[in-house]
Design a protein around this ligand. Structure first.
Ligand code: GLA
Length: 397
């Protein structure tokens, strides 16, 4: 992975991509036939709302996985992870996830969902941080789906492909995530946020033309060990809340559609913890609606305030934060150049998202890095990212 906190310049992007194409040739002794770029994502607002049928506001970013592939006649699947310097050779479609290497399952899951369209040699890698909550797994799944579609002329639409990637993560990898990450990575557009309704899978694009602002990611470095178990617990608590709400309103489609008034009436029927989870979701849904208006009017200071509010909800009601993330957000409030900050993604570690005046970004990073090192005796990896185009086929011979 490339380090540092600067935005990648054109030459660095070319070299990241070049590195993958060249590694492919070294490993397999031939040229790749298809090359794809598949980005990670940020999410402005709408956290833990996707699996509640609610709205989200993600964007693809200018950090990506590049994947090179060529077909094989013998049906085998050879995979190489350039950043790990490690590969594997799979003879035929596996029935379930392989034990090692675990990263192979993101690719195998997608190929299995596509009914193993043919043998393939693959090499991939890039500059997208792994395990930082910017959806490197969805990026790899999207990349595989896009490359296989191109390589074997399968004729899937982009919507089909991201659904394949989502099913692969749910059924093969076994993580019951929502669809936001795949959709953002596949459908993103430069300088644009995606206002997605996860219930209907319809969306609109909201331009974000603000060259004076920067999105800074600060990586707590906390391993997201709890995500696997606690994410599932949160999902079940939300489902429990929905079931109770439906005793009052049987037609209620999803938790995200509950009104604050309905929730208040249901309060006494719910365990306290379930009520707090539901309250967070209902408030977050309202915040996304308000944020969409703020985006339309380029009201960026209001957006920043929403980021802080979302963090507060995630910390207190939804309880997916941790000491390090709270510290980073608290430090962000102290910097005059920061409009808003919050933990981003599932939580329990990973990154904070900070909306910062461009001219203050370096000072902001320096101040937080110093404070973080002092408090936790560890460095603070940071990245400045921009809303960018979604996954694309870079070449196809
Ligand atoms: C993870 C999941 C997403 C979403 C977020 C929380 O990133 O992959 O589907 O649920 O957590 O908003």
């Amino acid at each position: 992975m490339l380090g540092g906190h600067q935005r990648l310049g054109h030459s660095q992007i070319v070299s990241a991509q070049q590195r993958i194409w060249e590694t492919f040739q070294q490993i397999y002794g031939r040229r790749p036939v298809v090359g794809v770029r598949s980005p990670g994502r940020i999410n402005l607002l709408g956290e833990h709302t996707d699996y509640n049928g609610g709205p989200v506001l993600p964007a693809a970013i200018d950090r990506a996985i590049w994947l090179a592939a060529a077909p094989r006649a013998d049906g085998r699947c050879r995979l190489w992870a350039c950043d790990y310097g490690e590969g594997c050779d799979i003879e035929s479609m596996p029935n379930g996830p392989v034990a090692q290497p675990s990263w192979a399952n993101y690719l195998l899951g997608v190929l299995a969902e596509m009914r193993w369209p043919g043998g393939v040699d693959v090499a991939f890698g890039g500059d997208l941080p792994i395990g930082a909550g910017v959806s490197s797994s969805a990026a790899l799944e999207n990349a595989t789906a896009l490359a296989a579609n191109e390589l074997f002329s399968l004729g899937y639409t982009r919507l089909d492909l991201l659904r394949v990637a989502h099913r692969a993560e749910n059924h093969f990898v076994g993580v019951s995530c929502g669809i936001m990450d795949m959709l953002a990575g596949m459908m993103g557009r430069k300088n644009t946020f995606i206002h997605l309704d996860c219930q209907t899978l319809t969306w609109e694009y909201l331009p974000f033309e603000a060259p004076d602002l920067a999105f800074v990611l600060c990586h707590s470095g906390v391993e997201r060990r709890l995500v696997a178990s606690e994410y599932g617990v949160r999902r079940r608590e939300c489902e429990q809340g929905l079931a109770i709400l439906r005793t009052l309103d049987p037609g209620l489609e999803a938790l995200s559609k509950a009104t604050p008034a309905l929730l208040e009436v249901a309060k006494d029927r719910m365990p306290k913890v379930v009520f707090r989870r539901c309250r967070y979701v209902v408030e977050e849904v309202a915040r996304v609606a308000a944020a969409v208006e703020a985006l339309r009017h380029s009201n960026h200071s209001t957006l920043g305030t929403f980021l802080y509010q979302t963090h507060e909800g995630l910390r207190t009601d939804f309880e997916v934060s941790c000491r390090e993330l709270d510290f980073l957000v608290e430090q962000a409030t102290r910097h005059p150049g920061c409009l808003g900050a919050r933990l981003m993604g599932a939580g329990f570690g990973g990154c904070t998202l900070n909306l910062v005046h461009q001219s203050e970004a370096l000072g902001f990073i320096a101040q937080l890095s110093e404070a973080y090192a002092r408090a936790f005796s560890r460095p603070l990896p940071t990245w400045v990212v921009r809303p960018s185009d979604g996954a694309e086929v870079v070449f196809s011979d």
